[in-house]
Design a binder for this molecule. Sequence first.
Ligand code: HEM
Ligand code: 2DC
Length: 450
Amino acid sequence: IVRPFNEIPGLWKNSVGNLYNFWKQDGFKNLHRIMVHNFNTFGPIYREKIGYYESVNIIKPEDAAILFKAEGHYPKRLNVEPWTAYRDYRNRKYGVLLKSGEDWRSNRVILNKEVISPKIQENFVPLLEEVGQDFVVRVHKKINRSGQNKWTTDLSQELFKYALESVSSVLYGERLGLMLDYIDPEVQHFIDCITLMFKTTSPMLYIPPELLRKLGSKVWRDHVEAWDGIFNQADRCIQKIYKELRQDSGQTKKYPGVTELMAGGVDTTSITLLWTLYELARHPNLQEELRAEVVKARETSQGNMQEMLKHIPLVKGALKETLRLHPVAVSLQRYVAEDIIIQNYHIPAGTLVQLGLYAMGRDPKVFLRPEQYLPTRWLRTETQYFRSLGFGFGPRQCLGRRIAETEMQIFLIHMLENFKVEKQRHIEAKSVFELILVPDQPIILTLKPL
Ligand code: HEM
Ligand code: 2DC
């Protein structure tokens, strides 16, 4: 017999008390670890209410499959209130990220053709390859200047620039020149605003931003300032390109989605790359295996990058492995379009169901020896069924997925062909939740020429 919704275990009866406890546990920074803890306490399904969010949380790949089958024609994920509140406050249009219903679908169909279809990938491979080469030149320069034949640094700022250069090259076909020594301060400001935007979102997730706005709280003001910076820069870019194309700048308003693509394409790929370099530095033998694969792929494809990307399964496995242990998104969520049954509990249509992506990636019932970084597990030795979900799933999955994957693969190819990555200190970096999951401390790496 199917058990009723009200019998799902968890803490969902005292939402204000839960919010207080959440705050006491420093939940704003530890959301991912709290979720792991809750699955350990309650089992593979639990219900929760924090502030005004009520959700059912699941962890099993089989249950994820049920969830995504019930996502309906217009899949809807958790609404990030601070983001919509900003747009309402400034009278700006919602882009594809925040739209819903038919409005979302028609927009998404157009954008899919521009950025996610496999055919279009051919067009941006050469663009991304060029940025990758420029990054290598830049690292060589830094190594030479150091006088020590190596470069030791926190690469995150360099990777932000690499990611922004890549994404704007693909979206606008225009180089921003971020691999040079002098960079436009306005572009640096844009990068800083994205980080600030993410950082100021998480404290507002569980408290109505409307309220914080009326109270004139600092976090809301910082959040507005961050989005203002993001939109201003994106507007400048778009204006500039339309001017060059001698087109009416009134067209800007047609593609409000472009701003989100630019902003969504910086911290996500760069942090995933940083985690990957960190893992390769911790596993020197694995690093050599990947290097051997890349060298061989270069030979077989005679330097044709498009072709080369078909011969690097281990590099692709490494990226999947990074997203398993260090996912960008702590969870995937959908408001289910129909009644479903998960773990023998009835879940009514309209319920917000969250798949704990971070928790799933570290669950020994889902992945053998989850604590080990093993790219080979993705070479079809273990089942893959609903296990590789770092970019989400279905028609509402990450719009930037193809760009991100290609950009990251090309980056790793270039780095492996040119440098050895080492880590000096024996420090374990962990994730902290700043809306996306990011390293809790600077990751210092050493790059040496081969
Ligand atoms: C949505 C992850 C890079 C733009 C998402 C979602 C995830 C995700 C998990 C939600 C999907 C779902 O609900 O099923 C990632 C990861 C990235 C990455 C792990 C890199 C490692 C990018 C890039 C861009 C981008 C480079 C832009 C060029 C977007 C947009 C959405 C989205 C616009 C919303 C799509 C919609 O609502 O229809 N991403 N992302 N992302 N991502 Fe990414
Ligand atoms: C954050 O509880 C935790 O790709 C919340 O490129 C649930 C939630 C909802 C939506 C998720 C968000 C989490 C993490 C960041 C995501 C976002 C959807 C898209 C966004 C995953 C898991 C991201 C980073 C986009 C951002 C683009 C934007 C800034 C212009």
